[in-house]
Write a new protein. Structure first.
Length: 251
């Protein structure tokens, strides 16, 4: 589904990501973990077109997407969330999702301006899809509320729903459990697994909450100072001396 080949990301004299080689198969949930400053979000930004890699290639379904613009990456079927929630504050819950639905509407300026039958049919479908997605996460009853008025955990879910509205095949989640209490984190694990199955997704997940990432991922990559220091199953990772040292500073 997604493969990076010796990807480097340099900013002047700083190498944020070095020789990144990840390979994720269809329908897997794979974790990307590491201490703060390890280069995880930088890797996400390279995959989603925010940054153009200094070296290396990124292949999505066998197609080279290295350096493609973010809107093109999204159009191809890669969606993401962000470490810091980025909802549109002046829009309600439904409108936040509808913006993403419009990616697949495929109507021109004239049809949109004149509200032709084709446009109205597409708009109706977008609203139905948005409400279906909101209903799947228990937010349908709050569709008309301001997005930023939702509790923190529900804002996280709304951001994931907005990403799902672009109809991706690969979903990148950047610390979805950040700020959640233990019960919310447990529910998130179940939610991530359920959307993988329901929407036929492949998921790459950055997460510091070890209970979440160990509980939901089949494989994990560990970064430290931009370098991959380990790769394997959760059991292999939790017992890897290099990983223990990177997190705890001890052998």
């Amino acid at each position: 589904m997604i493969r990076t080949e010796s990807v480097y990301m340099r900013f002047g004299g700083l190498t944020a990501v070095a020789d990144l080689n990840i390979d994720i198969r269809k329908n897997e949930i794979v974790g990307l973990i590491g201490p703060n400053g390890a280069g995880k979000t930088t890797a996400f930004n390279a995959i989603t077109g925010v940054y153009k890699p200094t070296e290396g290639r990124i292949l999505f379904k066998g197609t080279d997407v290295t350096g493609a613009k973010p809107h093109k990456i999204t159009d191809l079927g890669i969606a993401r969330t962000f470490q810091n929630i980025r909802l549109w504050k002046d829009m309600n819950v439904l409108e936040n999702v509808l913006v993403a639905c419009h990616l697949r509407m495929n109507v021109g300026v004239i049809a949109s301006t004149l509200h032709t039958p084709k446009y109205l049919a597409k708009e109706k479908h977008a609203r139905e899809l948005a409400m279906e997605l909101l209903d799947s996460v228990g937010l349908a009853d709050q569709a008309g509320e301001a997005a930023t008025s939702l509790p923190y955990g529900k804002q996280r879910r709304l951001e994931i729903v907005r990403a799902l509205a672009t109809e991706p095949s690969l979903l990148l989640l950047d610390e979805p459990a950040a700020g959640m209490n233990p019960q919310e984190s447990l529910e998130l694990m179940e939610f991530i697994s359920s959307i993988r199955d329901r929407y036929d997704l492949t998921i790459l997940l950055i997460e510091h909450h070890m209970q979440v990432v160990m509980g939901v991922c089949s494989r994990m990559y560990v970064l430290d100072y931009g370098v991959t220091i380990a790769h394997g199953t959760p059991d292999e990772i939790r017992n890897d001396p290099k990983v223990i040292e990177a997190y705890l500073g001890v052998d």
